[in-house]
Design a protein around this ligand. Sequence first.
Ligand code: UDX
Length: 470
Amino acid sequence: MKIAVIGSGYVGLVAAACFAEMGHSVICVDNDERKLSALQRGEIPIHELYLPELLERHLGRRLHFSNSIKDAVQACSAVFIAVGTPPLENGEADLSFVEAVAREIALSLNGYKVIVEKSTVPVYTSDWIRRVMKRTCTAGSGFDVVSNPEFLREGTAVTDFLYPDRIVVGADNQRSRELLREIYSPTIDGSYSAQADRIPEPTNSQTKPKLIMTSAKSAELIKHASNAFLAMKISFINAVANVCEQVDADIEEVRKGIGADRRIGSAFLNAGIGYGGSCFPKDVAAFRSVAQQVGCSFPLLDDVIKINSEQRHRFLRKVRETLWTLKGKRLGVLGLAFKGGTDDIRESPAIEIIKLLVSEHCSIRAYDPAAMDRAREVLKESVSYVADCYEAAEGADALLVLTDWEDFSQLDLKRIRGLLKYPNVIDGRNLYSREAMLNAGLTYISVGRSTLKPIASSEHAVDAISVSLE
Ligand code: UDX
C-alpha cells in the first residue's frame, strides 16, 4: 500500500521506516528543510536502534522523504498524521500543528483517503480533524478519520513497532477499519516475523499482536490512559520506596514481591528519580486537562505529577546530606538522557537535577554515552563533558548516577573507588547491589534501600553519614 506519514519526529520517522520494512511504499513529509536533506542523505537525527539499518535498506526504494504534503497525499491511500503536540502552559496539548496539517491534507485530496491520527492527542481530536477537513475540502472526495495511537518507547522504538503487544485501531466504519487491518497485516498475521531478514524480535515479544478495534474516541482515550497508568505505576513505586527508606525495608525486594502478582506485573516498577521524556510528563498533564474539561475531577493524576517532581528534590537532599554543603563540591555525573538507550534529554530528570546543582555552585563533570551533544545545547558550558565514567569519577566528592544506561551497571567499582576523592556513590536508578558497593569500599546511597545512619567518625570528613548494610 502507498502510505504518507506527515512529520518525521520520533513517531513519524520510526513509523515510516517500519511501514517500509513491512513492505509498503512510504513518503515521509517534513517542513524542516535541514532535517529533510539530512534524512535524504541517510543521516538519522536520533539515536535509535535498528533505524540506521532500516534507512539503509529502504531509502530511495520503498522510503522517500518530501516537503510536499500535497504530493504525498495525492500519491497515497492512507495519510498518517505524526506531528508534534507540545504542551501549552496550562498542560493542554497544543493541536495547532495537527489542525494546520489537517487543512492542508483536505486541500490536497484527489480521491478517497483514510486520515490516521498517530500523534498522541486528546479525545475528540479525530472529530475535530473531520470537522476541519470537511470545512476546508474543496473537492468532493471522501475521507475517513481513524485514530491509531502509537505505543513505541524510545530506544526500542523499531522493535516496539514491528513486534507490538497490541495494535489499536479506532475507526467508525468498516472501510477504514479494513484498510488499517491491511496495513498492519504483516505484523498481525505473523508473516513479518517469519521473514529471514527481519529485524530480530525481542526475547519476550508475542508472535502475533492483538488487534483491538474500537471507536475513535476510545482509541484516543486508550493512549492517554495507558501512559497515565504507567506513570502512576512509577510514582506509586517511588512513594513506596520513600516509605522503605523510613522503615529500613528494601524497595528491590518489595518490588519483586509486588510484581510477581500477575495482576500487577513487574514492568514499570523501578524506583528512582522519577519519569521524564517527551511523553509521560506531557501526556499525564494533557489527560488531566481533558478530564477537567469534561467535568471529571481526577486528583490521582495531580498526585502522580507531584510525587514525580518531589522525587528529584528528594535525590538532591540526599546529595546535600552526603556532602553537607554543596558550594564548590566536585561531582561526577553518569547520565544525561531521560533514560538509558536514547540521546533524548527532553524533561530529563538528570538535566533538572544538574541545573539545580549548578545553581548551588557545584562543579559537574558529566558523561553520557549518547546524549552529550544534546545536553550541551541546554546546559552549555555550565558543566564539563568527559569521555567516560572513570573520568567523571576522578577527583570527585561524589559520583551521581542519573540515567539507567546498561553500561553503567558494569563499572569496575574498585577502580571507581580509587579515582574518587571521597568514596560516595549516590545512585538515582538503583543500578548496583549494595553488597558490590560495600565490597568495593564505596558508601552507597540509593533509592528506597538505604538506612542512613549518622556515624561518629569517618575516614573521610565530608562523609557525615553512611549506609548501614546488615
Ligand atoms: C513512553 C511509553 O512507554 C510509550 O508507550 C509511549 O509511546 C511513549 O512514552 P518513553 O517515553 O520512550 O515511552 O519511555 P519509557 O521507557 O516509558 O520511560 C519513561 C520514563 O519513565 C523514563 O524517564 C524512565 O527512566 C522512567 N521509568 C520507567 C522509571 O522511572 N521506572 C520504570 O520502572 C520505568
